[in-house]
Design a protein around this ligand. Structure first.
Ligand code: CTP
Ligand code: MG
Length: 230
């Protein structure tokens, strides 16, 4: 039986958020964002281990008490310059104890409001899939492509378009091979899998699973978190 593990890339600097503190450490209801991401993943009993990948020069992780997490969590300080590198370095370190056909769910440290039922659905559906899959949301708004002068060049039909979220769930060996071949410019794991000519399945989630990117997102995340698993 393949096992399920979570890998949480947390080596970013949060440049779009501004400020000195990387956004995974911004406080939300008394806890850093990354703790909320970990709590959501840990609620799913099928997930065996949580692997956190920090930047080698992270100066903040040690400011928190993680003693309750010891049994289930592994912390690595091998983050890369880009997200894809962080994930690949984490996968390589995991190879010591993780089987090639174990499932790895890569989840952004900056997504604190992952609904439990969506996570469960991803495991149910993607574990039966030859490729794997990701949580995503069908695009709701009308889409415009801008020209260089910030004027509408064209309206892009939204039919069939989805916004990719995380977790993104693939087999350890397949994802490692895909990221090795793809290089550092991928902003998600599915893109690397797609480059191998494969087609990950889209598992529907909703806008509660936002990625905190800009300062205003923090307030929104706080409101969502209050009723997340009602
Ligand atoms: N990430 C990472 N290693 C990097 C860059 C990003 O582990 N070199 C992680 C972030 O910590 C975050 C997730 O990937 O958990 C999603 O990335 P993003 O939202 O882009 O975060 P940042 O790169 O930190 O933010 P920004 O792009 O605004 O600088
Ligand atoms: Mg980034």
């Amino acid at each position: 039986m393949s096992r399920f593990h979570a890998l949480i890339p947390a080596a970013g600097s949060g440049s779009r958020m501004g400020g000195v503190l990387p956004k995974q450490y911004l406080e939300l209801k008394g806890l850093p964002l990354i703790a909320h991401a970990l709590i959501a993943l840990a609620r799913e009993p099928r997930i065996d281990r949580l692997v956190v990948v920090l930047s080698p020069d992270d100066a903040w992780w040690g400011n928190y008490d993680w003693s309750g997490w010891q049994d289930r969590m592994q912390v690595l300080r091998c983050g890369g310059a880009a997200r894809a590198g962080t994930v690949l370095n984490g996968l390589q370190a995991m190879a010591e104890w993780c089987a090639a056909d174990d499932w790895v769910l890569v989840h952004d440290a900056a997504r604190p409001c992952l609904p439990g039922e969506a996570l469960g659905r991803l495991l149910d559906i993607a574990a039966d899939d030859a490729v794997g899959g990701l949580l995503a949301v069908p695009v709701a708004d009308t889409l415009k492509r801008a020209d260089a002068g910030c004027r509408v060049e064209v309206t892009v039909p939204r039919a069939g378009l989805w916004q990719a979220q995380t977790p993104q769930m693939f087999r350890h060996g397949m994802l490692r091979d895909a990221l090795r071949a793809a290089g550092d410019d991928m902003t998600d794991e599915a893109s690397a899998i797609e480059r191998m000519g494969l087609h990950p399945c889209l598992v529907e989630c909703d806008s509660r699973n936002l990625k905190v990117t800009y300062p205003q997102d923090l307030r929104l995340a706080s409101l969502i978190l209050e009723h997340l698993n009602d």
